[in-house]
Ligand binder design. Structure first.
Ligand code: HEM
Length: 427
């Protein structure tokens, strides 16, 4: 039975033999569902949410190859597709996003290619260098410690929802402080984020315009009084020289940073905590040697990272990929979750092993993507993960799940792995 998540599931089962991203088998158990596709081949024909054909790229090497290959474009227009005649535009149409707001989706760093992408990325990457992120660490630790100290206040019958009171507030506080979203507005962003990922037309129709208005308002406020946050920096760049950053691009960038910067990280913290609590041997390794945390976070990103697929890519010319001809304009879906469990790349991929990644080695997974659009916030997200797991386990060494692992409820959406809640006992 199709998961009742949105009208988008309407096309499930229409093309036997061509898996649809909304198939219950793929939504409910992506690890085994996409794992089966990976063993069918490196490039498998399937269907996107709107029923349009898409090629799933399922194996580690091929996923990285496509993400490095600039002939695969993020913007369908580059691939010669008629405006509106691509899976994403059709989905936006089904979801009822008004015409005048679509530019804010198209203006996103994630939907464009060089040279626009290079220009946009350069404008924000300065705020996310390793040095800048290391400088934020004490503040991240402080926020984590404050949240952890208050956890017992939220317990009901000894049980606390760790997503509500820790995994979510930590990254939203960090990204909002960095960007410059006032504290009073943060609960509103949480509600908006939930609306967006719900893919419910009604929720989107309500939320998307409200977010855009809200950001325009913040921009107006910064124009009155610039500060040292990222918002002010973007406003300054835009006002100095509109050719470096247009109005729509500025608003979309702020939207992207806030949304991409907290939801995903919250679920890395939640999924990773659930993984450690259900693997006591791995939890013990992390507790006894906190120096292992950076490697542990690499492994948790691989094993239970929250993002299972990238944006679609479009072939800008006919391309041969691992023996399959991808025709110009066709869409490709990079399946990060099957790549991260590819037995051609990892030995014993199903095993969670926080010592898997050698000391000092760069990450060896595609949970943050790869290539040009590699996650801008990866260093920040990893640091938040290290702080979150390290501080949580040292504050509450006796922490345990309050339900059986099988009873943990998931948000049944394609392309991601999110728990609906994470009930724990602190001791
Ligand atoms: C891009 C995952 C945290 C900002 C990406 C991509 C992935 C990803 C897979 C590439 C998408 C594609 O190629 O289609 C994650 C995960 C995170 C996380 C799993 C947390 C665990 C963050 C944070 C920020 C952020 C904290 C805050 C700034 C971005 C941006 C892009 C991006 C701006 C687009 C980059 C570009 O197009 O050049 N992320 N992300 N992400 N991420 Fe993250």
């Amino acid at each position: 039975e199709a998961p009742a998540v949105s009208p988008l599931a309407a096309h499930v089962g229409k093309h036997p033999g061509e898996p649809n991203v909304m198939d219950p088998e793929l939504v409910n158990d992506p690890f085994s569902g996409y794992g089966k596709l990976r063993e069918q081949g490196p490039v498998v024909r399937g269907r996107f949410i709107d029923d349009s054909p898409v090629w799933f790229v399922t194996r580690f090497e091929e996923v990285r190859e496509v993400l490095r290959d600039q002939r695969f474009a993020n913007n369908p227009a580059v691939a010669g597709t008629e405006p509106g005649d691509d899976p994403l535009s059709r989905m936006v149409e089904v979801l009822g996003i008004p015409e005048h707001l679509r530019v804010y989706m198209e203006g996103s760093i994630l939907n464009c290619d060089a040279p626009d992408h290079t220009r946009l990325r350069r404008l924000v990457s300065r705020a996310f260098t390793a040095r800048k992120i290391t400088g934020l660490r004490p503040r991240v630790e402080q926020i984590a410690d404050e949240l952890l100290a208050r956890l017992p206040e939220h317990a009901e019958d000894g049980v606390v929802d760790l997503i509500e009171h820790f995994a979510y507030p930590l990254p939203i506080t960090v990204i909002c402080e960095l960007v410059g979203i006032p504290e009073a507005d943060r609960p509103q962003w949480r509600a908006w984020g939930a609306d967006l990922i719900s893919l419910e037309p009604e929720a989107l129709a309500r939320t998307f315009p409200a977010m855009i208005d809200h950001i325009h308002e913040l921009v107006r406020e910064r124009r009155q009084a610039l500060t040292d946050d990222l918002l002010s920096e973007l406003v300054r760049t835009h006002d100095d020289d509109g050719s470096r950053l247009s109005d729509v691009e500025m608003v979309t960038m702020i939207l992207t940073l806030v949304l991409a910067g907290h939801e995903t990280t919250a679920h890395l913290i939640a999924n990773g905590t659930a993984a450690l609590l259900t693997h006591p041997d791995q939890q013990r390794l992390v507790t006894t040697d906190p120096g292992i945390l950076p490697r542990a976070v690499h492994e948790l990103m691989r094993w239970c990272g929250p993002v299972h697929a990238t944006q679609l890519r479009y072939a800008s010319e006919d391309i041969d990929l691992a023996g399959t001809r991808i025709s110009k304009g066709e869409a490709v879906q990079l399946v990060l979750v099957s790549a991260n469990f590819d037995p051609r790349h990892y030995s014993d991929p199903d095993r969670l092993d926080v010592t898997r990644h050698p000391v000092g080695q760069a990450e060896n997974h595609v949970g943050f993507g790869h290539g040009m659009h590699y996650c801008l916030g990866a260093t920040l997200a990893r640091q938040e993960g290290e702080v979150a797991f390290g501080r949580l386990l040292s504050h509450y060494p006796g922490i345990s799940l309050a339900v059986e692992p099988d009873a943990l409820e998931r948000v049944p959406l394609p392309g991601s792995w999110r728990l609906a809640s994470l009930p724990v006992r602190l001791r």
